[in-house]
Design a protein around this ligand. Structure first.
Ligand SMILES: [Zn+2]
Ligand SMILES: [Zn+2]
Length: 236
């Protein structure tokens, strides 16, 4: 049996704290809940990054290959290298869904911590550029989930810039691979008057085909960026 969740000495406080883990539904200890992140310590520990060896270009795990993976050899990306943190088909996918669709905005700080560690290790001096959201999504949800993670990174001391903007387009997730590529290619541009940093870490939540990151990277390099690395919370 676990200890009572919230002692009666803290009436009212429990209304504002997460009570259960979004991954395993276990009740959170008071100490865990006070972190304000709806994730138990066991699930937090189990969320380890994608395994090595990884493709030096897309950052996805590769088995028995030296150099770039077969996908990167066939379809070279417009970004120079990528580093997705987790496998989407695990706890990370549940976290991202809880964050984007379940209103668990407090997860932004947890994502920022994990992303910040990876960025500090690889590209400590670069400017972070969040992938801009579709206006319709922000209008519907009321907030931009990637921008919220970027805000967490800013409070950690990272520099954030927003030189990209979005043109109206279809939602990527309903499209096939070929359609995704041509749709994404039209969907991103430099914002009018944007100042493009020379060395960039592009930030998004999920790395699927890479067509969104490619289109953003093309726009950024067209605007003068010398180097674009891509980080995502998870690879699908
Ligand atoms: Zn858990
Ligand atoms: Zn690759």
């Amino acid at each position: 049996m676990s200890a009572p969740l919230f002692p009666s000495v803290m009436p009212g406080l429990s209304l504002f704290l997460p009570r259960t883990c979004v991954i395993c539904s276990a009740p959170l200890s008071l100490a865990g809940a006070l972190r304000s992140v709806p994730l138990c310590e066991a699930c937090d520990r189990e969320l380890v990054g994608l395994p090595a060896p990884r493709c030096p270009l897309c950052g996805r795990p590769i088995a028995g290959l030296a150099g770039p993976c077969l996908d990167c050899r066939r379809w070279p990306h417009a970004f120079d290298e990528a580093f997705p943190l987790f496998d989407f088909h695990g706890g990370a996918g549940i976290l991202i869904a809880a964050f984007k669709f379940g209103g668990r905005r407090s997860l932004a700080s947890w994502f920022a911590l994990r992303l910040g560690a990876a960025i500090s290790e690889r590209w400590p001096d670069r400017v972070i550029v969040p992938v801009p959201p579709r206006k319709a999504v922000v209008a519907e949800r009321g907030w931009d989930h990637v921008a919220l993670v970027a805000k967490g990174l800013r409070t950690m001391g990272f520099r954030i810039a927003n030189p990209l903007c979005r043109a109206p387009s279809l939602q990527q997730k309903h499209l096939g691979l070929a359609e995704r590529r041509s749709n994404a290619a039209r969907a991103y541009a430099l914002a009018p008057g944007a100042k493009v940093p020379a060395e960039i870490v592009l930030l998004d939540d999920v790395f699927t085909s890479g067509s969104t990151a490619d289109a953003c990277s093309r726009a950024l390099k067209g605007g003068g960026a010398r180097a674009v690395a891509f980080v995502a919370i998870a690879a699908d």
